[in-house]
Design a protein around this ligand. Structure first.
Ligand code: FAD
Length: 288
């Protein structure tokens, strides 16, 4: 199974993202609860993060991708970051992925960890893409993109030209950073078209459930919060149930608009909360 054929016939495609359990005491098996809840959503693929947000359970990403593939029969995408890995580290990981038949990788630079010197073998995600393709051209590579620009980019044109370089190195599919204003995403698609980027681009949607955590997240990833969402966060910050309902409605509204605008795919950041994904997909099911 690989991603090559997934975007061929039909738009939009729907995919999900999970992360390895943060509490390791129960082992990766605790992910079963999340996956049991997500399988009914019938995603095209489920991707699993690697070392994101200070989670150091890197080896569990491969294990979880294996569970997604073997137990649930769903296509897995293994995230892989390079800035804190040497070529030897990456060789070990690629070998293990190939042994397990996991041939789809979301190749990322990764964020620099505070107090940790980066390894110098890879500087940008495109270096990792090139390296993986040389290691085994059978790997299908996805990459990250940023509708509002990556925080390190000096401007949106530089950002899209760097993205074009990443695609030219062998990235066949892009997943966007979360965004809350669809107009940002449509303007980004226009820039991609002008830059000659013609691989499928999935829109990253995150249902918000907590004001403080989303403020923390956007401060790190450079996404902005439009006035409409900001008012919801302020109005319901002390009423968790109301906030959740309002934010589910907000995410559904975004997704319906994206479907109406014929986007390639929707990638839902599930935050390992299957009931959120289920609520959203129950509404959009007839639109698939
Ligand atoms: P790059 O593509 O290397 O881009 C980073 C910056 O460098 C950009 O500003 C870009 O414009 C610039 N740049 C790129 N190439 C060049 C070049 N050749 N010359 C000069 N400048 C260049 N992090 C994790 O730790 N684990 C995860 O699992 C994870 N999953 C993610 C999934 C998605 C969908 C997204 C959007 C992000 C994810 N991240 C994850 C976060 C990601 O690691 C960070 O956003 C990181 O800062 C950038 O990674 P990148 O792969 O986009 O980097």
């Amino acid at each position: 199974m690989d991603l090559t054929g997934v975007f061929k016939d039909k738009k939009p495609r729907f995919s999900l993202e999970i992360f390895p359990p943060k509490d390791h005491t129960g082992g990766v098996e605790t992910i079963y609860e999340t996956l049991d809840g997500l399988k009914d959503v019938r995603p095209e693929f489920i991707s699993c993060t690697y070392g994101a947000g200070g989670n150091l359970a890197d080896s569990s990403t491969i294990e979880i991708c294996s569970i997604i593939k073997e137990k649930y029969g769903i296509l897995p995408i293994s995230h892989l970051t390079c800035v804190n890995n040497t070529k030897e580290d990456i060789d070990v990981i690629l070998t293990r992925l190939r042994e397990k038949g996991i041939m789809n990788i979301l190749a990322l630079r990764g964020d620099l960890k505070p107090g940790q010197e980066p390894k110098n073998d890879f500087v940008h995600a495109s270096d990792l893409v090139t390296y993986i393709k040389e290691f085994d051209p059978g790997f299908f590579i996805s990459g990250a993109c940023y509708p509002e620009g990556h925080p390190d980019s000096s401007d949106l044109i530089t950002d899209v030209l760097d993205l074009k370089r990443k695609v030219d190195c062998g990235t066949g599919h892009l997943i966007s950073q979360l965004f809350f204003n669809n107009e940002d995403f449509y303007r980004f698609l226009d820039r991609c078209e002008l830059a000659g980027i013609n691989v499928p681009i999935e829109a990253g949607i995150m249902p918000v459930t907590n004001k403080q955590s989303i403020l923390r997240m956007v401060s790190m990833c450079g996404a902005s919060i439009p006035a409409k969402l900001s008012k919801i966060l302020n109005r319901f910050e002390n009423n968790p149930k109301a906030l959740e309902e309002a934010c589910i409605a907000y995410a559904i509204d975004q997704i319906i608009d994206l479907i109406s605008n014929d986007v390639d795919g929707i990638h839902l950041y599930t935050m390992n909360k299957p009931y959120l994904a289920k609520r959203i997909f129950d509404v959009i099911e007839p639109m698939r």
